[in-house]
Design a protein around this ligand. Structure first.
Ligand code: CAA
Length: 408
């Protein structure tokens, strides 16, 4: 058996904000965002997108070469859920046309529930190797206009199909865990934006890394030198580098700055251009490594650290499988990153301030650029989703390309 990731894809909003524009508006030196935090661009979801549409758009692609009748479990990991009772997985299940004999559930523990979803999914696959599990991780990171966290906002989704016949990454059975009750970042039910003690959150992240790593080492017998590359949860890209240098120091890894940087740098490229996507961030980092890193990673071992504020950390590893490149959607992901519509600051603030009515009255969301699924509106307190014909997506992309083309 080769349990692990058979298929993986990401989806990001079709709009974004260049952090040059944010720096100018907030009177901050751009170098702070670019060098200090490591961010260039922020994904901004449109008013007709939410975690259901982001996640379902990612899943549609991840399922492209998978027999949907084999999916028996859908786990939706998010901390930006749309309902306190009904799982986002059920909306996704319907939009994706998955079989009725399917287990569907939503999971929460800040940014790391996607990793618990992955491990729960792998336990299912170990018990029932004929079944496949769909994991969807989708989030929208909101900290507030003008807040310290604003340049680290973002959003998007990653979907993965797990099976006993992994084609991309075989996941090792050992996981190192660490849990501690801390208040570094949380979002009470009555708030749309997280409450965060940013500097403290970095400290507890590093402490969770150290302790999860120690547990992992004791449990697995593996060490730092067993990994060619590392991927970390990325609230912002500099955090990945900070975490790696911290771990290397702690382990007396004996590698120079350049070697350490090369172990982590390829995983940071997508985050720099997307921002935080909470549950999806670590797996966008993995995609970034696989799609923008060294051309041949076959047989290389990758260490992954997942962090969820509050807090829980998990360290685990995997081995890249021969032929993995032909199962990636690299071109599609590059297109998503390269063909986004730049918002002006005023447009970004309008998108940010858009709220759905909480009265349950019938409401239709304006149509914006989206993927293959959008939030059409609300009726009787019920969210209405609809597929978007691909002709309409192509027409919007073509119109955007015309606007972006330089005048001749
Ligand atoms: N040129 C270059 N660098 C500059 C600079 C300039 N002009 N001005 C400042 N910097 C550097 C600083 O030296 C600092 O670098 P170091 O971290 O290496 O010291 C860096 O830029 C950031 O500067 P500040 O610490 O002064 O920035 P800040 O007070 O605005 O806060 C932040 C930064 C804490 C990351 C904030 O953006 C934030 O709160 N973000 C949200 C919370 C978060 O991301 N926490 C991370 C861990 S928690 C987690 O992982 C869960 C999750 O997803 C939220």
């Amino acid at each position: 058996m080769n349990p692990g990731i058979e298929s993986i894809s990401m989806y990001i909003p079709r709009y974004g904000l260049d952090l040059h524009d944010l720096a100018r508006a907030r009177n901050v030196d751009y170098a702070k965002y670019h060098q200090g935090i490591g961010q260039e661009y922020m994904a901004v979801p449109a008013p007709d997108e939410d975690v259901v549409t982001l996640g379902t758009n990612a899943a549609r692609q991840a399922l492209q070469n998978v027999d949907r009748s084999e999916i028996r479990t859908v786990i939706f990991a998010t901390e930006s859920g749309v309902d306190q009772s009904k799982a986002a997985a059920i909306y996704a299940h319907k939009l994706l046309g998955l079989p009725a004999n399917c287990r569907t559930v939503e999971m929460k523990q800040a940014c790391c529930s996607s990793t618990s979803a992955l491990h729960f999914g792998l336990s299912t696959v170990a018990m029932h190797p004929e079944q496949k599990v769909l994991i969807i991780a989708a989030d929208i990171a909101r900290y507030g206009l003008g807040s310290a966290g604003e340049p680290t906002q973002g959003g998007g989704a990653v979907a993965m199909v797990l099976s006993a016949d992994a084609k991309i990454l075989r996941i090792d059975p050992h996981v190192g865990y660490y849990t501690e009750d801390v208040m570094d970042f949380w979002r009470p039910n009555y708030r749309d934006e997280a409450l965060v003690d940013g500097k403290y959150s970095i400290k507890v992240y590093l402490n969770a890394l150290e302790n999860a790593w120690k547990h992992y080492k004791d449990d697995s017998g593996a060490g730092f030198a067993d990994f060619a590359h590392f991927c970390y949860h990325l609230p912002f890209s500099r955090m990945g580098l900070k975490a790696h240098l911290h771990l290397a120091r702690h382990e007396n890894a004996g590698l120079g700055a350049k070697e350490l940087q090369a172990q982590v740098e390829p995983s940071l490229a997508y985050n720099r251009r997307i921002g935080n996507a909470y549950t999806a961030s670590l797996y966008m980092g993995l995609l970034s490594l696989l799609e923008t890193g060294p051309k041949n990673l076959t047989g290389k071992r990758v260490g992954l650290f997942s962090y969820g504020s509050g807090c829980m950390g998990a360290f685990f590893g995997g081995k890249v499988i021969e032929g993995y490149r032909q199962h990636l959607h690299t071109r599609l992901h590059q297109d998503l990153l390269d063909n986004r519509q730049n918002l002006t600051l005023a447009e970004y603030e309008d998108f940010y301030n858009h709220v759905l009515p909480a009265t349950g009255e019938t409401y239709r969301t304006d149509r914006h650029r989206t993927g293959s699924f959008r939030l059409a509106g609300i009726e009787n307190h019920q969210r209405l989703y609809e597929p978007v014909p691909s002709m309409r997506i192509m027409a919007a992309d073509a119109a955007e390309a015309r606007v972006a083309a330089p005048a001749v």
